[in-house]
Design a protein around this ligand. Structure first.
Ligand code: ADP
Ligand code: MG
Length: 263
């Protein structure tokens, strides 16, 4: 190992070290000035660092699968407006601490879009955590069982964006409402949360086995929420069904909670 390589290693400039050989040849061939050369190799280092950070954040988000807006077929369901989703992707809702709710039947892309928005947030330098509601409840139950003094709660409060997926897929264990309430209440007006549900909000009381808590959750969550209600047919079975009739889309914002009549 040359002295230069050792020095670069000591300075932890692995991105620069990786391209240095090529850059030196390039500099000689194109007679780059010292300033230009320095700019080039420092940019290499910066690129590698940014990529590493993106990878680290993506891993930490624990997405179910890496889904992006590029992978999304905007033609398939006219009820999903590309422009509206891209507006969200621009990230103003994150800066304003607003929440997002995707609601609609299974297979229409709620999980896909929620994760894709998560990935966009990561690209903007945000920390993201993706969990299904079942994972969330399990995390809190474990935390309680092992007396880990709110370790889990901190984990759910820290990220700039938390995605809570799959409300309504199955009934939830007792206490689920309390855990979800804790997360939603503490993130409220502070940090954004995206939730997805394939059941109407009126059913959340039943799902959580706790009508008042469901009402309290929705009251906070919906206060500044951007609701994307999607209808249409499942993408999963798109090839096995004839085309569905015209899909409809409603956008609600700042609507009061209607869950179980509680608040
Ligand atoms: P939901 O969460 O609404 O049940 P998903 O997001 O899990 O639905 O979508 C089901 C599958 O179909 C996923 O693999 C998803 O990537 C894919 N999918 C759904 N809608 C689209 C679409 N419009 N374009 C591309 N893939 C889609
Ligand atoms: Mg889903």
């Amino acid at each position: 190992m040359t002295q230069l390589q050792t020095t670069l290693r000591q300075l932890r400039l692995s991105g620069l070290a990786r391209t240095l050989e090529v850059r030196l040849q390039e500099a000689a061939a194109s007679r780059l000035g010292h300033g230009e050369f320095l700019e080039l190799i420092l940019q290499d280092e910066l690129n590698v660092r940014q990529q590493r950070q993106l990878d680290r954040r993506t891993k930490a988000a624990e997405f179910r699968a890496l889904k992006t807006l590029d992978d999304f077929d905007w033609q398939f369901n006219p009820a999903i407006h590309r422009k509206e989703i891209f507006e969200l992707a621009a990230g103003n809702y994150l800066r304003e601490g607003k929440d997002v709710l995707f609601i609609g039947p299974p297979g229409i892309g709620k999980t896909h879009l929620a994760q894709a928005l998560g990935y966009e947030a990561i690209k903007q330098g945000k920390d993201v955590l993706y969990r299904s509601i079942f994972d969330l409840v399990r995390d809190f139950l474990k935390d309680e069982a092992f007396k880990q003094q709110d370790k889990t709660l901190r984990r759910y409060l820290k990220p700039d964006l938390v995605i809570i997926d799959d409300m309504g897929l199955k009934a939830l264990p007792k206490q689920s409402g309390e855990y979800l309430f804790e997360v939603v209440m503490r993130r409220y007006e502070n940090r954004s949360t995206i939730m997805t549900s394939n059941r109407p909000l009126e059913d959340w009381g039943k799902l959580l086995n706790d009508v008042p808590t469901a009402g309290a959750i929705l009251d906070r969550f919906l206060h500044h929420a951007i609701t994307i209600a999607i209808t249409g047919r499942s993408y999963r079975i798109k090839d096995s069904l004839p085309a569905a009739p015209e899909a409809k889309k409603i956008k609600k914002s700042n609507e009061p909670s209607t869950a179980g009549g509680a608040s």
